[in-house]
Design a protein around this ligand. Structure first.
Ligand code: PMV
Length: 320
């Protein structure tokens, strides 16, 4: 393999939030997700000394990872090194002499897709530094492979919304559909400050379905129906209807045992503070909840959530 000419490159990828359909999406039902650009992962690649190989400095993890200039084998169990190796194999490129700094403002294991965002930013910077930038479906497929390391059986929603950086209506294995937003929607996002493993919550749902398919498969299908309805309501700008479907989705997620006492109480706090609807977002049992609010009331909802124990809150508008 010829040694490519290397250049400096900087790339990023946004966080994401799931509005409807988490967990059910793993079983082929639709889900709706949007990028959350307030939080992002950044990767900066700089050519390094000849023969030094590839160093990835994951600043937030306090880790320096190395992929040698010989065989592509070292530290493959780390997701970032695995991502780099996948990209190099895909490009049929030798290990370059590069230093890549990776950092993120996205809280880890919080339902914001930090794993997919970091992998996407890293592969973007690495491939651009090699002069063979990876984007679109190629990048998405590589990030999906990295996601498997985090999740076991990911639906692919995280990597798809993060790589596309646009709102998507997603069904596993199908081309994601864009959708329009009839009226701007203001969401308050609250992070519980509790890191939770999506692999574990996905595993818990799978056990429930195995144990009692009649009950839990039906819940999954009911979530699918409400997501189809939610897409139509978002397109028509029916804000009250969207809020009601969020509340219904939360009840189903609670039945699937992926809520938690803190998530339940934050959902209730948001409703008591005047939110139109609220639900957990992402894998659950920690991570995030989202509330739909009137623009005028969003700040009040956020303050109430902080007072009720949210570690951090953000306000974001979809379709503005
Ligand atoms: O990464 P999280 O916490 O947003 O969870 C991903 C959404 C799930 O539906 C729970 C899992 C999946 O692979 O779709």
């Amino acid at each position: 393999m010829p040694t490519p000419t290397l250049s400096t490159a900087k790339a990023s990828a946004p966080a994401k939030i799931i509005l409807f359909g988490e967990h059910a999406v793993v079983y082929g039902e639709p889900a709706i997700a949007v990028p959350f650009n307030t939080l992002s992962a950044i990767a900066e690649a700089v050519p390094a000394d000849r023969g030094s190989g590839l160093t990835i400095h994951a600043r937030d993890l306090g880790m320096r990872l190395q992929l040698g200039s010989g065989a592509l084998i070292e530290e493959l169990d780390h997701a970032l090194i695995y991502a780099a190796k996948l990209a190099l194999d895909h490009l049929n490129a030798p290990v370059p002499d590069l230093h890549i700094e990776v950092s993120a403002t996205i809280p880890l294991a919080s339902g914001f897709g930090s794993g997919a965002a970091t992998a996407a930013a890293l592969i973007r910077a690495l491939s651009a530094a090699l002069g063979q930038p990876l984007e679109g479906d190629e990048l998405n497929a590589l990030v999906y492979e990295v996601e498997k390391m985090h999740h076991g059986t990911p639906s692919g929603i995280d990597n798809t919304v993060i790589v596309k950086n646009s709102p998507i209506y997603f069904i596993r294995g199908q081309e994601p559909q864009p959708f329009s937003v009839g009226k701007p929607l203001t969401f308050v996002i609250a992070n519980t400050g509790i890191a939770a493993s999506t692999k574990e919550t996905v595993g818990a749902v799978s056990e429930l379905i195995e144990r009692d398919p009649a009950t839990y498969k039906t819940i999954v299908e009911q979530i699918g129906s409400l997501v189809r309805e939610a897409k139509a309501l978002i397109e028509h700008g029916d804000v009250q209807g969207i809020g009601q479907l969020m509340n219904l989705n939360q009840r189903y997620l609670h039945s699937l045992t992926v809520s938690s006492s803190l998530l339940d109480s934050l959902v209730q706090t948001a409703i008591d503070a005047g939110a139109i609807g609220a639900k957990l977002s992402g894998g659950g049992r920690g991570g995030n909840m989202i509330a739909l609010a009137d623009t005028a009331n969003a700040e009040q909802v956020a303050v109430s959530l902080q007072n009720a124990g949210a570690a951090r809150t953000w306000i974001t508008t979809l379709g503005s």
